[in-house]
Structures are given as C-alpha cells and as structure tokens.
Design a protein. Structure first.
Length: 332
C-alpha cells in the first residue's frame, strides 16, 4: 500500500462519514473507507480506481459536486497546484476538517504552512517518511477560478508566434522548457496525415504542429486533466483545431498515425518514472502507419537509441544541445 495511505489508516477513526479523497493512489483505500469518494486528475489513477470501485471516482480539474463532510488531499508535486486544490476543497468545507498527507521529499512540511490560510493546522502523524496534517476550515475562501490562474507565454515559430496557456500543475508551468524548444526547431519534414503530440502538457508542441501542417489532423494526449485543459485553451487561443484526449499512455492513442511528436514525461509526482516513455518506444510502431515517424526529444544521458532501434528500426539523431537529443526513427 502507498505509504501515504498507511499513514491515513493509522488515524482511520477520524475519517467517518462522506469523505473526499483528492489525488488518491489506486491502492484499495476506497475499500477500507466505504463512504469515501475519489477525485483524481491523473487518468491512470482514475481508471484503475474506477475499474475496482465503479462510480466512486471523478476525473477532472474540478472537485465533485456531491456533498462531503471532510476531504483529504494527497500532496501533489506542484506548489501552485497545491494552492489551487486546497482552496477548491476549503471553499466547500466551512467549519469542516481538511487533511493534507504527503511525503517529506515532496515538501509536506512546507505545504502544511499553506493550510494556515484556512485555520490553525496541526500535525497528526508522521511515519514512513510521510506526514499527516489537519485543519478545521474556519476561514473558507471563495471557490478559486482556475482559468484566472493560467499563465500565458509566447512561443516563436517559423509560421508565427503562438500563445501557450498553462494551468497550475502542468509541466514547465508558465515557460517553454529547454527540450521542447529544441524539438520545436526540428519539426520540418514530417509525413503529413494524422499527427499526435504525446504527453502534450500545455499544448505548445501540438499547436506548433498544427500551424506547421494545417491540413493534417492533430491529436494531443496527456495523462493529466490540467494538461488536457491547458492544451484545449492553447488551441483555442491560437484559433487552431485538434482532438485533445486523456489517456494512460500510448495504448490510448489513435492508430494509423503519420507521426508522433513527443517530449515525453519522466516523473510521477516526485518519483522518476520512465515507464510511459519506454512503453511509447516499444509500442509506437503499432500506432504509426507504414513510413510513419516518431520524433522525440529526451535527455542525452538516457540511452534510448538501442530501444528505438529494436522496436522501430534505424535511429537518426537530428540535433543535440543543452543536454537534450532529438531522435527521428521511421516505421518500415
């Protein structure tokens, strides 16, 4: 069981009545707390919980509309996202308890200070490198406006400037990261047709693809509901069309693609996790049409070339700079 869940269950007598578990891990916690309901913004967690407890988990950027007597937030990595989630929960809980649980390396002690805006926080437990904090919401805030928290920034492309819209919690929030910048410089020569921005984040790469190949049909896919919402706003801000999808990985992507473009994720919360990228490299050929191309940027120290050549064939390195490489294999 996730260590954060174990810390919660050490205080299980506190969690009576309808409880909302926000950002819950898919580890059976709803089975131990039969009146609890889940809210997740990560598709793989949501789908795993829904498969085990149908109808007891909601996916999205907004808290479930149902009433609940208290809420537990599993601390996310992003401080800005934590601010939004705590405010969204506290707004629904005047006079009621709000708990925060997380790992020390995720910044739980710092995050606990964020509870002070709503009342007097207190630490209830500490074990397995995790802490559990609680506050009674004496100062309930107004419900936060997620769209008002968006950051917008310009991205230059050969086809003109794009405006990227980034919501709290999205990778490289409010700025273009180094890897994506390098990949944006090497989007020429892709086969036209169905295009996929895999791990789309705020949608900057996808928007650049659509601007560069306006007659191609664009798909964008990400595991995170805040990324999905950001990408939709980025497309709208630039008057571009595309299908934005939530999914757990490349297995949820369309088939017969002309090209997959990706700056793939390698973190799940505070943990390094290359599983989604390795799955992409193993299974991309099954989603590409014959002659289709994968164009991917990754840290130079990651030895992806052998895996790419095993599953996709000869691998060309198009560019290398600032610790990143752009790979370009084609399906035979």
């Amino acid at each position: 069981m996730d260590p954060r869940s174990e810390v919660l269950l050490r205080q299980a007598e506190l969690f009576a009545g309808p409880l909302l578990l926000a950002g819950l891990p898919a580890d059976g916690l709803l089975g131990v707390l039969p009146e609890a309901h889940g809210w997740s913004w990560l598709w793989h967690e949501h789908s795993a919980v829904e498969a085990r407890y149908p109808g007891r988990c909601q996916f999205g950027t907004q808290a479930p509309a149902r009433a609940f007597a208290g809420a537990v937030l599993f601390l996310p990595k992003s401080r800005e996202l934590t601010d939004y989630l705590l405010a969204a929960l506290a707004a629904r809980l005047p006079g009621a308890p709000l708990w925060l649980v997380g790992e020390k390396r995720a910044g739980i002690e710092r995050a606990a200070k964020q509870l002070a805006a709503f009342g007097r926080p207190r630490k209830l437990d500490s074990a397995r490198h995790c802490q559990l904090w609680q506050v009674t919401v004496d100062n309930a805030p107004a419900a936060p406006d997620l769209d008002a928290l968006a950051r917008r920034y310009p991205v230059a492309t050969p086809q003109g400037e794009l405006q990227v819209v980034s919501l709290p919690g999205v990778f490289s929030h409010g700025r273009l990261d180094v890897g994506s910048r390098l990949l944006l410089e090497h989007l020429d020569g892709l086969p036209q047709g169905e295009l996929l921005d895999f791990g789309c984040g705020a949608g900057g790469l996808g928007a650049a693809l659509k601007r560069r190949y306006p007659h191609s049909h664009l798909h964008l896919l990400d595991v995170d509901a805040f990324a999905v919402a950001s990408s939709r706003q980025t497309l709208a801000a630039n008057d571009l069309e595309g299908q934005v999808l939530a999914g757990s990985g490349i297995s949820d992507a369309p088939h017969e693609l002309a090209a997959i473009v990706s700056n793939p994720p390698f973190h799940q919360g505070v943990h390094t996790d290359y599983q989604a990228t390795e799955q992409l490299l193993r299974e991309a050929a099954g989603h590409l049409r014959p002659g289709g191309e994968l164009r991917l940027v990754a840290n130079s120290f990651l030895k992806y070339a052998p895996l790419i050549e095993k599953h996709l064939g000869p691998c060309t390195v198009l560019a290398e700079r600032d610790g990143f490489r752009v790979y370009s294999p084609r399906r035979p």
